[in-house]
Design a protein around this ligand. Structure first.
Ligand SMILES: Cc1cc2nc3c(=O)[nH]c(=O)nc-3n(C[C@H](O)[C@H](O)[C@H](O)COP(=O)(O)OP(=O)(O)OC[C@H]3O[C@@H](n4cnc5c(N)ncnc54)[C@H](O)[C@@H]3O)c2cc1C
Ligand SMILES: C=Cc1c2[nH]c(c1C)Cc1[nH]c(c(CCC(=O)O)c1C)Cc1[nH]c(c(C)c1CCC(=O)O)Cc1[nH]c(c(C)c1C=C)C2
Length: 476
């Protein structure tokens, strides 16, 4: 029997689910419900008339692994090959990443010589920590914070500086709260399988899903891409997905349509919006976990409670454009450990990996300063009260003191991204187990996808949409 699937939330997760559902002949109707006036969620690019592109969310995706290949396969199917801007491993933006510690920029080691020598801000050669790691006893805990795991295996200095920065540069989060099992499953599995991260990385610790590469994904591997973007910014991807879905005969897509309440009825759902109701046999929720929790019926209160425990952080993103080439160093950008500055997380040197996004004509430098995250409230106060000017001032101050740039920006934009990155805190895996057990036990026709659960990267989220759509084969 053919059925109706409702997809809640038109971020990249919801769009990916719809895209894969639209290829499933067993689904007769797909309804996509998005509360805002645009699709794409955090994939949001400003494109100026003079050709300049500024990213407010993700700016480059990795091509590696099954999830990276899967995204490139979709890019290829959407006809976006010619729009791809690759950055190879040989590029200076891939080799040079910096940490701002003790009032100075330090280049992270990217070669063997950087690992065998003492390279500041570290007080001893990293090779010593790596060799010692191989003989550290295996942990016994079901989960551990990222900081505790790395301190135990590689030493406190690496945890306090490098891992603190890494967690700020991926989750805008605090490594003393984030779970290693959920945030870095490869590291956790390597310890479980091989007793060591280093041995696990060398020998492998399990195989991932099988995703055959398209010609584009094979090219990415052959040409050694480290990351890629699109000519008119990452938002080209949701734009192309929207166009694909609009061309599908059995897809209904709705913007400005917030899901308010979900009620179970018969074998399916009744979805209530401000101005109407939709009936569906199955729901794929691509909403942030807390938004789904607010819409679930009172009878599903234990499920809502678990979903609400998946917290989110707010990030302020300031894009800056300067006249000329003003950077004293070139590379991807720099991260700042929480011990140095709790409020400013990092600065991306956007014009280095993607000069194609600079305006046409005279040279410019584009930078993005990211602030807040897990420290937002503590440093900047309530998100409702803090002003955009406060972030612009703090961002230009950071650029001036970290990069010694005294010029004022030509152009700037401030975006306060409320609740934009989920935090997989200690015990996240258990919450997911409880959530999935509840859904299974109550036979709820509900699949959860998106950044709240199994990975925050765009690649992970797109893959979660594909898995959900394919999981319905045979069920619908
Ligand atoms: C500043 C920043 C930088 C990032 N950088 C990178 C990067 O470099 N690389 C990378 O891989 N990832 C990056 N990410 C992460 C990545 O962008 C996100 O994890 C991903 O886009 C999340 O997609 P999603 O579809 O799960 O959620 P969202 O984008 O949050 O989409 C959810 C959608 O649901 C809608 N919605 C909410 N409530 C309702 C409701 N009641 N009814 C209907 N619709 C509703 C929202 O409007 C939204 O459109 C970054 C994220 C941020 C914030
Ligand atoms: C300073 C804040 C942030 C910067 N980027 C993000 C935040 C919160 C978000 C983000 N960055 C990456 C991902 C995806 C991870 C993945 O699994 O693909 C997300 C959600 C990519 C990334 N950026 C940095 C690292 C080390 C990674 C992991 C993958 C990779 O190695 O490429 C470093 C980094 N991020 C930011 C800066 C300034 C920076 C380092 C110089 C910004």
């Amino acid at each position: 029997m053919q059925k109706t699937v409702a997809v809640l939330g038109g971020g990249i997760g919801g769009l990916s689910a719809c895209y894969h559902l639209s290829k499933n002949p067993q689904v007769s109707k797909i309804v996509l419900l998005e509360s805002s006036g645009r699709f794409g969620g955090w994939l949001h690019s400003t494109r100026r008339a003079d050709g300049a592109v500024f990213e407010h969310g993700p700016r480059g995706l990795r091509p590696n692994g099954a999830v990276g290949r899967n995204t490139l396969n979709m890019v290829s199917e959407l006809g976006l090959e010619k729009e791809v801007l690759p950055v190879t491993y040989d590029h200076v933006a891939s080799k040079n990443r910096f940490l701002y510690v003790g009032g100075q920029l330090h280049k992270m080691p990217s070669s063997l010589s950087g690992v065998v020598r003492t390279v500041p801000p570290f007080s001893r050669p990293l090779i010593l920590s790596v060799l010692k790691e191989m003989v550290v006893a295996r942990g016994e805990e079901e989960d551990e914070t990222v900081h505790s795991f790395v301190s135990r295996r590689l030493g406190a200095e690496l945890a306090d500086i490098a891992i603190d920065c890494l967690c700020r540069g991926v989750f805008a989060g605090d490594c003393r709260e984030l779970s290693v099992r959920s945030c870095f499953p490869l590291l956790f599995d390597a310890e479980r399988a091989r007793g060591s991260i280093v041995l696990g990385m060398m020998l492998g610790s399990g195989s991932g899903p099988d995703v055959p590469p398209s010609a584009l994904a094979s090219r990415a591997q052959r040409e050694r891409w480290a990351q890629w973007s699109l000519q008119k910014g990452m938002q080209m991807l949701p734009d192309a997905l929207e166009e694909w879905l609009r061309n599908g005969s059995h897809v209904q897509i709705h913007k400005h349509t917030a899901v308010k309440e979900l009620a179970t009825g018969g074998n399916g759902w009744e979805i209530k919006m401000e101005d109407g109701t939709v009936k569906a046999d199955h729901i794929i929720s691509a909403l942030p976990a807390h938004a789904l929790a607010s819409a679930l019926p009172p009878a599903a209160q234990p499920l809502s409670e678990q979903l609400r425990k998946i917290s989110m952080v707010t990030v302020a993103v300031v894009n800056l454009e300067y006249e000329g080439s003003i950077l004293p160093v070139i590379g991807f950008g720099h991260l700042i450990p929480s011990s140095e500055d709790r409020g400013v997380l990092g600065v991306v040197y956007d014009s280095v990996p993607f000069p194609e996004h600079n305006r046409t004509g005279a040279p410019t430098t584009r930078l993005t300063v990211m602030m807040g995250g897990a420290w937002f409230q503590e440093v900047f106060g309530s998100v409702e009260e803090v002003t955009e000017k406060c972030f612009l001032d703090r961002a230009t101050q950071a650029v001036s003191s970290h990069l010694r740039v005294s010029a004022q920006p030509l152009w700037s934009s401030v975006a306060i991204l409320k609740d934009c990155i989920p935090q997989y805190h200690l015990g996240h895996w258990k919450r997911l187990e409880n959530i999935r057990h509840y859904i299974g036990h109550h036979n709820l026709p509900l699949t959860l996808i998106g950044a709240s659960y199994d990975g925050v990267s765009v690649n992970d989220v797109i893959f979660s949409g594909r898995k959900a759509a394919q999981g319905l084969v045979g069920e619908v």
